[in-house]
Design a protein around this ligand. Sequence first.
Ligand code: NAD
Length: 373
Amino acid sequence: MNEPTITRRSLVTLSGTLAAPSLLRSRQPSHTVRIAFVGTGNRGTYLLRTMLQIPGVQVVAVCDIVEERAAKAAELVSQAGGSARVWTDFRKMLDEQKDIDAVVQATPDYTHRDVNIAILEVGKHLYAEKPLALTPEDCRMIVRAAEQAKGIFQVGFQLRHDPRRNAAMKFIHGGGIGRVLLCHGIRHGGDLPRQIPWYFDRTKSGDILIDQGIHILDLFTWAIGSHPARALASGGTDLFVNEPPGRTVMDNYSLIFEYPGGQRVNFSHHYFDPPGFTGIRELVFGSEGAVDLPAAAWQPRTKKGLIKLEVADADKSADYMSLAAFLENIRSGNRKPLNDAHSALRATLQAIMGTRAIYERRIVTWEEVAGSA
Ligand SMILES: NC(=O)c1ccc[n+]([C@@H]2O[C@H](COP(=O)([O-])OP(=O)(O)OC[C@H]3O[C@@H](n4cnc5c(N)ncnc54)[C@H](O)[C@@H]3O)[C@@H](O)[C@H]2O)c1
C-alpha cells in the first residue's frame, strides 16, 4: 500500500500546532540526577535497565524487601559502571542516604498509597508506577500529597510518551481527524505472569482493568479530552477458573464508556488467545477519518490510502521517553508532566468505574467514583 509521510509542515497546517521539539535533542543534561529504585522485581528491573541508558543519571540506591532482588539490581548498576547501595527498607533508605534526588517506585499496586506518600513527604521527585492506587480515596490522598510535595510527581503511563502514540495524539488534538466520535480498543493476549502471585489477587492488583487495561483507557480519555460519564461493562473468569489456585481476577471483560460530549469508547480485553491471535489495537475515529495510535498513521474518510505521521525519536521506546521526560521535568522544574497526578487520577478512577460496573452488574457514573476530583 502507498503510505505517504505527513511532514511536520503539513502537520502544522492541519493541526495548527507544532509538535514540541524532541525532548532528547532539546539539551544536554545540565546536571546529574541521583536516583533510587524502590521495588526491583519485574518492572523495576526493566525500568532500571532503561534508566541506565539515559545520559545524566546516577543510580545511587536500590531497595527491595527481598534482598536478593535489590542485590541483583545493584549488580546491574555495577555492570554499567556505577555503584548503588542496597536497602531492604525504603523508609530507612530515605532517612539515611542523603544523596538521593529522585525515586522510581515499582512496587505492587496495593502498596502504592503508602510508598508514594512516604516518598513525596520527604521531598524527593517521584516516578511512580501505575495505577495510582486501588480506591478513589487512596488516589485522592496521593494527589493531595503530590500537590503539597516539593518534588515532581510523574506516573507510569509511559504510553503517553511513546513516540508513535504521542505523534498520533498531537495530530488528533490539532484537529487532524475533525471531531472525535469513538475509540475502539482491544488488548488480547495470554494470561498474566504466573510467577508473580499478587497479580491474581483482586485485593492486591485491583483486577485486570485497573492493573492492565488502564493504559489504553488513559490514551482514549486523553484523545477525547474529558473523563467518561457512564460505564457499562461485563466480564468474568471463563477459561482460567481457579488457575492459578485462589485466582480472584477475571480473564476477560468488555467495556463501553459514554462521554459527556457524546463520544464512546469500546474496549475488549481477554487472555484467551491461542498463538497468532494476540494483539493490541487502539483506534480513534473522527468526523474526518481515523487514527491508528501505535502505528502513528491515519486514514482520511474521503481518500484511499493510509497516511503515516511524522514521528520524532521513532527509535526510542515509550519507557525511555517517559523516564527521559521525568529527568527533564526535574531539571526544568516542570510540575505538569504529561503523565501527572491528575491524568493518573482520571485514568485510575475510570478503571475503578469500569470494574465496579462489571462486579455490580449495573451502569456506574463518574460522580460515584470522582467525589470532588
Ligand atoms: N507501566 C507499565 O507498563 C507496567 C508494566 C508492568 C508492571 N507495572 C507496575 O509495576 C509495579 C510492579 O510490578 P512488577 O510486575 O514489577 O511486580 P513484582 O512483584 O515483580 O515486583 C514488585 C517488587 O516490589 C517489591 N516490594 C514490595 N513491597 C515493597 C516495599 N515496601 N519496598 C520495597 N520493595 C517492595 C517486591 O519484593 C517485588 O520485588 C506494579 O505497580 C505494576 O502495576 C507497570
